[in-house]
Design a protein. Sequence first.
Length: 321
Amino acid sequence: GDCLRWRGWRASEMERTGVQRTSSGSGFMSPLGRRVTADQVLTKLKGASKKEAALGALIFTSVGLALTYGVIEYLLGGSIDWIFIFMEVVHFSGILILIRKLLKEKSCEGLSVRTQELTALYLVARVFAGALFEGNHHTLLDILTLVVTCVVLFHMNTTLKHTVDYKHDMSRKTQVLYILVPCAVAAFFINPAVKMELGPISWVCNMLWAFATYVEAISVFPQLMVMKHISDEIGYFERKSTADYVFALGITRFFGCASWLLQPATFTYVYTMTLKLRLWGIATLISEIVQTFILADFCYYYIKSVADGSGLVRFNAVMSA
């Protein structure tokens, strides 16, 4: 009796809202009188444009990554830092956009090989040191990012090497003299100085961790140089895959800095370290701020280009300042 009454109520509700079951029983009529079936949904998906399919795949991948990172962080860390997870998802998505550019366009135009090298270098240093310092889910996520970064570098140095823009990119000499050497010197004198029962390996780990922190803070600078040089020549930088990737880096750095600064113990740690005349705390804080604001102007003009629909990022004045 209850079942019959429920069916009667359900039928009246469907009639009242204008949604009716079709005679075949395989779908429903919309209020506009159009039949909606699973076959039509699949047809709509199959007929999606490449841009719509790519966006859908990126959203699906991002949601999957967020859930995966959340489970990993909860199981290994005991809690979930959603800001950190969002940061990792955006970073990984940015690299996926970059890989799609390389595979689809078969070109490295506008992309800095030096930035990719620096990214791989600081990740290698952090993975090695992190495996001994922490050995937790953060190290696992760094390994995943390192793998996809190596995929990008592989294509840039093999199949697509002839398209690498060495003319606008930072030279190897400049990269070594003005980025790697200063970061190595700073890491030698200013590092966490964490004491571990590993002998000389402990000292090496401390240096590598500091070196990774300093290099990460300015690793995107060669990429901005490439975009600046191209913009100087033609007056703008086209908002395509490379700009999307750099914007993703900017959002990643912003949320990474926010995740670090919003931790209650952060400023206590910096204050305590400074009182002990150890500069590592303040050096870490400065690194986080630098790597965030170094991309702030570009992100602003990127968002502006999206808002005005021009597709052109005009940031000459910002980069020249």
